[in-house]
Design a protein around this ligand. Structure first.
Ligand SMILES: *[C@@H]1O[C@H](CO)[C@@H](O)[C@H](O)[C@H]1NC(C)=O
Ligand SMILES: *[C@@H]1O[C@H](CO)[C@@H](O)[C@H](O)[C@H]1NC(C)=O
Ligand SMILES: *[C@@H]1O[C@H](CO)[C@@H](O)[C@H](O)[C@H]1NC(C)=O
Ligand SMILES: *[C@@H]1O[C@H](CO)[C@@H](O)[C@H](O)[C@H]1NC(C)=O
Length: 340
């Protein structure tokens, strides 16, 4: 049985929903559809919050690193913030060097969603008007979070009245030792991907779909993150791993498994999305004051952002990112929390 309850969060319209099963407790806030906390026990029964974030609403109102938020219309980067649909050019707000990042200046992470209880969880809705951040079409969205025993499921759904690109993800930063632990070097990571997307120096994919075989991106067998980060040139992982290819059926697939041997905590992720962005918090720098006064330095968390492939709107051989009127955009991701 999952207990579902809500309360106000701060002054104003934002709600905080709590989903509680025997082994896991999850808090969701209606601002940005944010996952505020996920609490699980370690092998000695000690509970800890394993996602980064803030104690209060003020933190989430600025939230420059998108902690826990749903990101859209199009998560990640679109080269030069432009794309063409049916011969018409659309220009988006540029907010990341020369590119558009994470839905623009006021993306879905800044909206207060409408929430209602559903079986074992909460459903949140948001309507994004035609022209929002430069994107075409009125878009209706819903996100359902459901907690069943030790699995948190996230279901996304959207409809539009004009063709628009869409690519939603959430952006939870995990540290399985407990949020506030200074690094993730002792985590063991497996990503079930045979290929990944190399990027240029502005983090846009070059277009190549590169096999991981014989590269530092081969995470198909568990690797100790600290030693792999030491070998990797650059600040860390911020790459899309390819879980399936255009033309493959959109089935739920195993995506990643992360083990923290110290606490015994294990996170397994499966998804219907074609890609997962593995990000090792390369741009956290300890300046953000997080929950309980924690500071979050570089490499103090990891993200597994299940998603379509970056810049797909401009790369015809990548999976289709356009949603047409009359179609349903749907995808789901499951996070399972266990112990070794
Ligand atoms: C969300 O939208 C669905 C239809 O897409 C509707 O059935 C539901 O009542 C809406 N919920 C809220 C809280 O607005
Ligand atoms: C979005 O929802 C509103 C209100 O329920 C409805 O009138 C409109 O037709 C919906 N738009 C689309 C594209 O489904
Ligand atoms: C939400 O974010 C987490 C962590 O980044 C990721 O593992 C998961 O797949 C995402 N869920 C969805 C539905 O995208
Ligand atoms: C979708 O979002 C993910 C997650 O941020 C991103 O890595 C990917 O590039 C995006 N895909 C498209 C087609 O924009």
């Amino acid at each position: 049985m999952t207990e579902v309850c809500k309360e106000k969060f701060g002054e104003g319209p934002v709600e905080k929903w709590t989903l509680r099963s025997d082994s896991v407790s999850v808090e969701i806030i209606s601002l940005g559809c944010v996952i505020k906390s996920i609490k699980t026990a370690d092998r000695n029964g000690q509970s800890a919050d394993i996602v980064l974030g803030y104690d209060d609403l003020e933190g989430y109102l600025s939230n420059p690193r998108y902690f826990g938020a749903v990101v859209g219309r199009v998560a990640n980067r679109i080269a030069k913030g432009r794309f063409v649909i049916d011969g018409k050019e659309y220009k988006l707000a540029i907010n990341n060097g020369p590119n558009a990042l994470h839905g623009g200046l006021k993306g879905f992470n800044k909206a207060v969603w409408t929430a209602e209880a559903v079986d074992s969880g909460v459903k949140l809705n948001h309507s994004s008007p035609d022209g929002d951040e430069g994107y075409p079409g009125n878009l209706n969205l819903s996100v359902v979070y459901r907690l069943e025993k030790n699995t948190l499921s996230v279901f996304y759904n959207a409809q539009t009245d004009q063709t628009t690109p869409i690519n939603l993800t959430n952006h939870s930063y995990f540290n399985l030792a407990g949020q506030g632990t200074p690094d993730i070097y002792d985590h063991e990571v497996t990503i079930f991907a045979d290929s990944y997307l190399p990027v240029d120096d502005t983090m846009i994919p070059t277009g190549e779909i590169k096999p991981v075989e014989n590269t530092l991106f081969d995470l198909r067998k568990s690797v100790l993150l600290g030693s792999r980060l030491n070998e990797l040139p650059g600040p860390g992982f911020d790459h899309n791993f390819c879980l399936w290819s255009p033309g493959d059926p959109q089935l739920e697939r195993k995506c990643a498994r992360v083990v923290h041997p110290g606490s015994g905590r294990v996170l397994e992720v499966s998804t219907t999305q074609p890609g997962v962005q593995f990000y090792t918090s390369n741009f956290l720098d300890g300046t953000i004051k997080g929950k309980g006064g924690a500071s979050y330095p570089k490499h103090s968390a990891f993200c597994l952002e299940t998603q379509n492939w970056p810049d797909a709107v401009n790369q015809p051989h990548f999976p289709d990112v356009l949603l047409m009127p009359g179609e349903q955009y749907t995808h789901s991701t499951h996070f399972t929390f266990s112990l070794i």
